[in-house]
Ligand binder design. Structure first.
Ligand code: ADP
Length: 472
């Protein structure tokens, strides 16, 4: 059983949504496990995805009384999914970002556990994801001590991003139902309560979304105050690189594209490039390279480097197109970049799913200079779309992108180590240099398009981990 605060096709704010959407399907396809998903029902969830109202009256013990909640059932994601319908918490404009987020997701955790009781058979393993599931981890551990219905259920906790820890006022712990003493103390982190920390202490095993990130988070530089905990539990920590859902991200079938193409025939990609230039109102100069970025606009994604290198990117002669929303500092910078070179720079501020596909198809180079990157998905989507990634060698970017080697004709992208604008621009120039040699460029594109980052391999690794966890 997977618990996740977001999951495609029901909801998505970032990579977690993609993963929690694709993994259940891939796990089911292994034929080795019986898997389903529990996730909240948000206002952004399309009603057409819901199959039936399964329970009209799930009573959840909450804040000292019984709260009536509804549960919907769906198979729209390819595996059975149960959606917790609590409008007072989840029928809001955004998925996260509210003062009561800790209460919302503590409630989600409570409701999900209550639902397990109602469904009847305790799962062998509950797979928890990120800080919103930290509460469930603690309650599952407590239930084991009491010898309750879920006392034989084990937990795997996946870290998709260690920096988001679900911090809140410790004064709320008792209100949410946590016992004073060890249980409440497990939450304490720098004077606040942190759902992630308590969840990581209480779970049976931990995974992260790439191998390199699993090591990085054990160091003080990337541990966000929890490196000691991860070092302490390192014998229970494993890195499994995310896969790509090639049903959704495939240039041969992608419904959002102006034309289709594959590794055998790339001609459609040129049409997609024309379509992209038109969408951004840029001149239809098809031989000019397009450098692209699709991202949450936050420091993690390396926008400080892009900010420092804005002039150099424009001077490189390439088009630059960006899709993203987030910090106003970076939104303003992108606006300034556009205003400085309106015929070279195209920006779209906001979230736009179809455009994210059109950019992957229409661009030549995908720029992802992350400060840190647990796994990263866009570099893998880019490869499948024949768009060459230029990335910083960190976390999952380092695990999935291989530097191009001219001598051997190997490699699917370009990566740099130092977190500096200079190193990034150097790599960008190297990529642009090879772009100007179409035969070489084609080799790099095809190396990426033929890479197999499907979920099947990752799902098999999860099955192994579930087996190990079930036996703990
Ligand atoms: P993270 O989870 O840190 O945001 P990932 O690379 O793992 O980063 O996943 C990001 C996902 O969100 C990708 O599927 C990407 O296409 C999508 N995404 C990010 N920003 C936008 C946006 N503004 N519009 C559409 N999709 C976006």
């Amino acid at each position: 059983m997977i618990f996740s605060s977001e999951a495609v096709p029901f909801s998505k704010t970032g990579g977690l949504g993609d993963v929690a959407g694709a993994l259940p399907k891939a796990l089911q396809e292994t034929g080795e496990v019986d898997i389903s998903l529990i996730t909240p029902l948000y206002s952004q969830t399309k009603p057409g995805l819901l199959r039936e109202l399964l329970f009209d009256n799930l009573y959840v013990e909450w804040l000292g009384s019984m709260r009536r909640t509804r549960v919907w059932y769906s198979e729209a994601g390819g595996a059975p999914a149960f959606l917790i319908d609590a409008p007072e918490y989840f029928a809001r404009g955004e998925v996260y970002g509210f003062r009561d987020d800790h209460e919302r997701f503590a409630f989600f955790s409570r409701a999900a556990l209550t639902l397990l009781g109602r469904l009847g058979t305790p799962p062998d393993v509950v797979h928890l994801n990120d800080w919103p599931c930290g509460f469930a981890s603690v309650w599952l551990r407590a239930g084991r001590e009491w010898g309750g219905f879920l006392s034989r259920t084990r937990t795997l906790f996946s870290i998709h991003n260690l920096a988001y820890q679900g911090a809140f006022d410790p004064g709320d712990l008792w209100r949410l139902g946590f016992r004073q003493g060890d249980e409440s103390n497990a939450f304490m982190q720098d004077g606040a309560a942190a759902a992630l920390k308590a969840g990581l202490l209480a779970c049976d095993a931990i995974s992260t979304v790439s191998r390199r990130y699993s090591f990085e988070i054990q160091s003080p530089e990337n541990g966000y105050g929890l490196d000691w905990l991860l070092r302490m539990r390192r014998d229970r920590l494993v890195g499994i690189t995310n896969g790509v859902d090639y049903e959704t991200w495939n240039p041969a079938t992608d419904e959002h594209l102006a034309a289709h193409y594959d590794a055998e025939d790339l001609s459609g990609k040129r049409e997609c490039k024309l379509d992209l230039l038109r969408r951004y109102g840029l001149p239809e100069e098809l031989d000019r390279p397009v450098v692209a970025s699709i991202s949450r606009l936050v420091a993690q994604k390396g926008f400080d480097l892009i900010k420092q290198a804005g002039g150099a990117i424009i001077e490189s002669g390439a088009f630059f197109v960006a899709l993203g929303s987030g910090a106003s500092e970076y939104e303003n910078f992108l606006q300034e970049m556009h205003d400085a070179a309106p015929h070279r720079v195209g920006i779209y501020k906001g979230y736009n799913e179809p455009l994210s596909h059109q950019i992957e198809a229409g661009a030549d180079i995908f720029l992802m200079p992350s400060l840190y990157e647990p796994c990263g998905l866009n570099q893998m989507y880019s490869m499948r779309y024949g768009t060459v990634p230029v990335v910083r060698a960190t976390g999952g970017l380092d695990d999935t992108v291989e530097n191009f080697d001219r001598e051997r004709g190997t490699g699917n992208g370009f990566k740099f180590e130092p977190y500096t604008a200079l190193a990034m621009v150097d790599k960008l120039h190297e990529a642009l240099h090879w772009y100007a040699e179409p035969d070489v460029w084609r080799t790099i594109q095809l190396n990426g398009m033929r890479a197999d980052n499907s979920w099947a391999a990752a799902a098999r690794k999860y099955v192994e981990v579930y087996r190990a966890v079930a036996g703990m």
